[in-house]
Design a protein around this ligand. Structure first.
Ligand code: GAR
Length: 208
């Protein structure tokens, strides 16, 4: 699947505001040296992440399971677009559609996800976005954080690559905690993981 260039062609999949996409874009040429952000795919036409892609001159497409009438058609189209752009690595950055086992097997060890908690806490199907932080506050944990992991057929169940702990402070609201976890963990970990995996993919291609 690799294309012979010195950078791994990478697609970032989004559904929302895209602050993690922005962190990846900002890290190009700095932390990220072996991945090229070649494509942004949004599951929602109104996602602000699309503006971020446009501002960075990155091709962006909307692929909506709802508009296509279901997950099978969605994944077919997703695969077609990824192949058309020669994509080798996929980064889920606040992407809210769960991918099928067939899709994750096809992209084995080539899909990364950022999750806003310390897996195995507050993870799995129903834990996404602000709900994760609501659950952490409701449970009264004093430390939370973020995790970057490979994606397999189990939601949030793939091999863990990086984790970083973040303190929960008295008086935190879900929004305040979400912002702290983003600033202190997500926006740091995700570019680091993209770089590590991209560099490993290139090394596997050309071990010399
Ligand atoms: C981020 O906090 C990300 O970790 C989370 O959604 C947010 C997206 O924000 N992802 C999940 O909860 C996945 N289970 P962003 O669009 O500003 O990057």
């Amino acid at each position: 699947m690799l294309n012979g260039s010195d950078k791994v062609r990478t697609a970032v999949l989004v559904s929302g505001g895209g602050t993690n996409l922005q962190a990846i874009l900002n890290a190009r040429g700095d932390v990220i040296r072996h991945a090229e952000i070649s494509l942004v795919i949004s599951s929602k036409s109104k996602a602000y992440a699309l503006e971020r892609a446009k501002n960075a001159n990155i091709p962006a497409v909307v692929i909506s399971a709802k508009a296509l009438g279901g997950r099978e058609a969605f994944e077919q189209e997703l695969q077609r677009v990824l192949e058309a752009h020669g994509i080798e690595l996929i980064v889920l950055a606040g992407f809210l559609t769960i991918l099928s086992p067939e899709f994750t097997r096809r992209w084995d060890h080539r899909i990364l996800n950022i999750h806003p908690a310390l897996i195995p806490s507050f993870c799995g199907k129903e834990y996404y976005g602000l709900h994760v932080h609501e659950a952490a506050l409701a449970r009264g944990v004093k430390v939370t954080g973020a995790t970057v992991h490979f994606v397999n057929e189990i939601p949030d169940g793939g091999e863990i690559l990086l984790q970083k702990a973040v303190e929960v402070l008295p008086g935190d609201t879900p929004e305040v905690l979400q912002r702290r976890v983003m600033e202190q963990a997500e926006w740091i970990l995700l570019p680091q993981a993209v770089e590590t995996v991209a560099a490993d993919l290139l090394k596997a291609k050309d071990p010399s």
